[in-house]
Design a protein around this ligand. Sequence first.
Ligand SMILES: Cc1cc2nc3c(=O)[nH]c(=O)nc-3n(C[C@H](O)[C@H](O)[C@H](O)COP(=O)(O)OP(=O)(O)OC[C@H]3O[C@@H](n4cnc5c(N)ncnc54)[C@H](O)[C@@H]3O)c2cc1C
Ligand code: FES
Length: 255
Amino acid sequence: MLQTSCPVLSLTAVAENVFLLVLDAPEIAPLVRPGQFLNVRIDETSDPLLRRPFSVYRTEGNRLELLFNVVGRGTHALAEKRKGDRLDVLGPLGVPFTLDDPGFTTAVLVAGGLGVAPMPITTRELLLKGKAVRTFLGARNKGSLVTTHLVQVEIATDDGSEGLRGTVVDLLERAFASGVPARPKIFACGPHPMLKAVAAFAVRFDIPCEVSMEGPMGCGIGICQGCPVELTNPAKKYALMCKDGPTFDARTIRW
Ligand SMILES: Cc1cc2nc3c(=O)[nH]c(=O)nc-3n(C[C@H](O)[C@H](O)[C@H](O)COP(=O)(O)OP(=O)(O)OC[C@H]3O[C@@H](n4cnc5c(N)ncnc54)[C@H](O)[C@@H]3O)c2cc1C
Ligand code: FES
């Protein structure tokens, strides 16, 4: 894990309320594994103690790409950054997805909303490992979808403006009803209720499933104890989202 000051190379709106931030990060970019995140100090003055966590969307040489939604003060300030501004970045952080598992041949990527953020870097690595990849995306509407750098994409939207009208879990149900992919493993990222539904789906079909959790964080490095995740294991009731996750075997989580 490194802490570096990274210049902004570009900031572009890529969908409704969705921004792509590209940083020059020669020290951090080559170290990132799919599913890891960065803790970014956005504003030195208004909120000096708090950083904000973001999944790595993609790396390309020295470039580090993040995809974010504007939801509150921090991400609002992030969307105001300009080329040449510098951001203090801590990373790469967290436990990556387990992509080396020989037990699966088809990766089933499931993302809700900005849960799509870790999927492009994950897709690239899976394809390099010779795995088949299918991608299921859920979004509010067509305008908020981001589908670049993904493969075999199927879509569900809340309002039916693209793909199936319904949730990404409805989409999964429909796809699996017409044939379960060969030796599948699910990798999911999105809001808690969606992950809970995907975890239940995986249990029903007896498919291995890893989830990448999202939730409020402080330090991002296991010090503040501010990101507990409840586990099913009676011997270890809690894990830390930042240090033991954000990726977890879905069966280990008390949903
Ligand atoms: C491991 C990890 C990876 C993440 N990756 C991404 C990503 O790639 N792209 C992206 O856009 N977002 C991502 N997030 C969420 C992102 O960190 C939050 O949206 C961000 O911290 C909000 O900061 P803010 O200052 O704009 O909002 P705040 O002003 O801090 O909060 C605004 C509202 O959002 C809620 N909120 C804040 N943080 C979270 C959170 N983490 N989860 C759910 N609700 C929250 C608050 O309770 C409040 O209601 C990730 C979170 C985690 C833990
Ligand atoms: S955010 Fe501080 S311990 Fe996880």
